[in-house]
Structures are given as structure tokens and as C-alpha cells.
Design a protein around this ligand. Structure first.
Ligand code: AMP
Ligand code: GLY
Length: 420
């Protein structure tokens, strides 16, 4: 089966690895891809969405898998264009991907379908936002568009709120767009993933993302400095509540609203005292949660996604292990504000040698003219290790990374240990 995965980061490296290990024989392609991905998949050299679609048609691609979100809403939308050309696609249509691309659209959807979430007001400018905040802190401000995970600020006071309002609504750091002022929810967070095929779904292993840059969950929000995944992360009763109050009404809501959906969906949840509430939808797998979850997924992921794209939810093709999986991210100097490229990474071979249960996924790396790996982005690489217990997985992951280093390397030392 010829499969093309769209994206270039650690998540796509993990997806491609899982596809490569699937029982169904695969011929893998990736766009835009990376040097590390090119070891498993042929990187397709085209200059945008339209030429990618023509390339897929010409090369008779059997399945296009959306890893990265931006292509789902670019132009006419990846899935919409695939459909027009008869290319099966695992990833939702543009109109459905508004659940991720527009916070206001998502909030209206949740309210319309009675899905528990924080109260929120949509605002056109900074003045409207000030009125909506009404002096109540902490408050949460969300830019109403894609901002690579950086469009949300939890503001403890007026000073931080003004700073964010200025960046987003005056300086227009993320471009034009509205802003959502949202009630600040309190509780541990959990990420739930499901594969959705029209009105049906399959829930994957729950995960927890460590979003803050520093230990103890301090510092700025990042794309994710690590993740832990296990079925044991939440108990059966809570998972049932999440399924009944959040997953089922979402899937039914998509059908009722006529929003076509075949692909992964991500529910970012806050486990509040008054029950689980949704803080965001993403129309794809999480990064770095995907890296943590994939090693726990057994079976034939390639065939599962192909079936899904054809309208069949073939849950029996997958199995999920009971253990724990821990993913550690190493980020470059300056991240998350900026990122430094060109620092030589040493010790990569030591990860692979450290154990068969260990996976190394490249996020922002490239090979230089001398054939050495160097940094090429904010999040540079991720190592994932498994274990029967949380502590054994944590220990293996840290051990596997012990010899990896590069100048300015940033990391957290409490992934899988710090409890929210
Ligand atoms: P997002 O970019 O939507 O993933 O949000 C980034 C982070 O902001 C989340 O992981 C939460 O930690 C925090 N956050 C988002 N919405 C809320 C909320 N309503 N209350 C408290 N924290 C929030
Ligand atoms: N790890 C958070 C995300 O993928 O959005």
C-alpha cells in the first residue's frame, strides 16, 4: 500500500515508524518530511498543497495521512482536495477542522451539543476583551486561529493579560483574528485521542502532555516537553464519564452538523472538581503525545487508517498494551520564544543501543554536509521508553537519553514524575 504522511516533525516520524512496522506492506512517502524521516519514507519534493495533490494522483497514492494540522485548513483543505481527486484521506475536511482552527467555532460547537467546557466570550478587539475579563483573574485568553500551540495565555493578573492583548490584538503577532476570553479551569489535564469514522469512534490510550518549559510545571507554555501515556493514567469510571459526556456527544455532534470526519481527534481535557471539561479540540494526533502512545499500539495501523479513510472503523485491527510509555523531548536554545539551529547533536547512536524498548524520534534535526545530526527547530528530538510501571518507563527513558547532548539543550527532569 502506498501511503503519504503530511508533516515533518516528531509526531510524523512516530506515525511513519508505526506504519513501517505494520503487518500490511507499505511503501511510504512524506511531505514536507525531514532527513530523519527520509530513512523510512521517500520525501516528496513539491512546493505546496496543489502540487502535492497532483503528485499523489500521478503516483497512485492509496492513502494520505494528515499528521500536521495546517494543511487541513490551507486553501481548499487537504481532505477536501483529496476527496475531489479520489485519494483516500485520513484526516477531516476543512469545515470540520475548524474545531481546531477556530476556538470560537469549537466553543459554539461544544455549547450547541451540551459538551462540558469553560464559559467564554468572543471579542473583536482589546477593549471588548477588557470588558469580558471584567477584572476577574486568573483569566484565559485564546487567539482564535492556528498559532502553533502558542496562542493561549493563562493570565494570573492584569499585567500579563495586557501584555498578551498587546501582542495578539495590537501587534498582531499571529495575524488578524478574534480572541476568546475564557473561564480559568483548575485540575489535572489529560489528552484523550480517538479515531473517528463518520458516526463511530475508537478511543486510544490516554496521555498527559507536559506543556510548561520548566520543572515543576513552571515557565512558558511550549508545544510539549514530554508526555506519558498509559491506560492506567485514569480509572475506568472517569474514562466512561469522558466517553459519555465528551467523546460521544462530539462524534454525534459532527454527524448532526453535517461535518464529515474520518481521522484522529484530540480532546484536551481538564479534570475539574465538577467533572471533566474540554479545553480544546485538535483534529489530529498530539505532538508529543503521539510519540508516547504509538509504541503502545499493536496491530496494523496502516490498514486501520486505510479502512477508516474508506469509511470502515476496523477496531479489531488494533490492540493496546497495558504498560506505560514515557516520552522525553529535548529542545534547542531559545525555545519556546525562538529556536537555534546548527548545534551539533552528539550521542544519538547511544539511544538506539540502550534498549529495544526505546524509540528515538526526530522533530527538528537535519544532517549537515559532514553527515552529522544538528538542531533544526525548537523541539529537536524525543525519546520514548516503555515499562510495566510508570517508574520503570521513566527510568529507561532518562537512561536512554543520558548521553545525548548539544549546546543550549533544554529539557525537563520531571516528566512522568511530576503529578498535576
Ligand atoms: P491550548 O493551546 O489550547 O492547548 O492551551 C494551552 C494550555 O493552556 C492548556 O494545556 C492548559 O494548560 C491551558 N488552558 C487552556 N484553556 C484553559 C482554561 N480554560 N483554563 C485553564 N487553563 C487553560
Ligand atoms: N501536545 C499538544 C498538541 O499537540 O497540541
Amino acid at each position: 500500500m502506498k501511503i503519504l504522511v503530511v508533516g515533518k516533525g516528531g509526531r510524523e516520524h512516530a506515525l511513519i515508524t508505526a506504519m513501517h512496522e505494520s503487518a500490511t506492506g507499505t511503501e511510504l512517502y512524506c511531505f514536507p518530511g525531514s532527513d530523519a524521516i527520509s530513512e523510512l519514507a521517500e520525501v516528496v519534493d513539491v512546493d505546496g498543497l496543489d502540487s502535492l495533490i497532483s503528485w499523489m494522483k500521478e503516483h497512485e497514492i492509496d492513502l494520505c495521512v494528515a499528521g500536521e494540522e495546517s494543511y487541513l485548513v490551507k486553501g481548499e483543505g487537504l481532505a477536501n482536495l483529496c476527496e475531489q481527486e479520489g485519494i483516500p484521506c485520513w484526516g477531516p475536511h476543512k469545515q470540520s477542522a475548524q474545531l481546531e482552527a477556530s476556538k470560537e467555532f469549537a466553543k459554539d460547537f461544544m455549547l450547541r451539543h451540551g459538551i462540558p467546557t469553560g464559559r467564554a466570550v468572543g471579542c473583536a478587539d482589546a477593549d471588548e476583551a477588557r470588558v469580558a475579563i471584567d477584572g476577574v483573574y486568573p483569566t484565559v485568553l485564546k487567539f482564535d486561529g492556528l498559532a502553533a500551540g502558542k496562542g493561549v495565555a493563562v493570565c494570573p493578573d492584569e499585567v500579563t493579560a495586557e501584555e498578551f492583548l498587546n501582542e495578539v490584538m495590537v501587534e498582531r503577532k499571529f495575524g488578524k483574528g478574534r480572541l476568546l476570553v475564557e473561564e480559568c479551569l483548575v485540575g489535572p489535564e489529560v489528552s484523550i485521542f480517538a479515531a473517528v469514522v463518520d458516526g463511530e469512534y475508537l478511543i486510544f490510550t490516554p496521555a498527559r502532555d507536559y506543556k510548561r518549559a520548566y520543572d515543576g510545571d513552571e515557565g512558558p507554555n511550549t508545544g510539549g516537553m514530554g508526555a506519558v501515556a498509559s491506560r492506567q493514567l485514569i480509572d475506568d469510571g472517569l474514562l466512561k464519564t469522558i466517553e459519555e459526556t465528551i467523546v460521544q456527544p462530539t462524534v454525534k455532534g459532527l454527524v448532526d452538523d453535517g461535518l464529515p470526519y474520518r481521522g484522529f481527534i484530540y480532546f484536551g481535557l481538564m479534570l475539574t472538581e465538577s467533572g471533566p471539561k474540554i479545553i480544546e479540540y485538535n483534529c489530529r494526533f498530539g505532538d508529543p503525545e503521539c510519540q508516547a502512545v504509538m509504541p503502545l499500539v499493536g496491530g496494523d495501523l496502516a490498514r486501520f487508517c486505510a479502512d477508516g479513510a474508506a469509511g470502515i472503523l476496523s477496531s479489531g485491527r488494533l490492540s493496546f498494551s497495558d504498560g506505560w510509555s514515557v516520552c522525553l523531548v529535548r529542545a534547542s536554545a531559545g525555545y519556546p520564544e525562538s529556536s537555534r539551529s546548527g548545534d551539533i547533536i552528539s550521542g544519538i547512536e547511544s539511544v538506539v543501543d540502550s534498549g529495544t524498548e526505546v524509540k528515538l524520534y526526530h522533530a527538528g534535526t537535519k544532517k549537515n554536509a559532514e553527515g552529522e545530526w544538528e538542531t533544526n527547530g525548537g523541539r529537536v528530538l524525543a525519546v520514548v521508553a516503555g515499562g510495566e510501571t510508570r517508574s520503570s518507563a521513566v527510568e529507561s527513558a532518562y537512561l536512554a537519553l543520558a548521553n545525548v547532548s548539544f549546546e543550549g539543550m533544554q529539557s525537563r527532569s520531571d516528566i512522568g514524575v511530576f503529578n498535576f
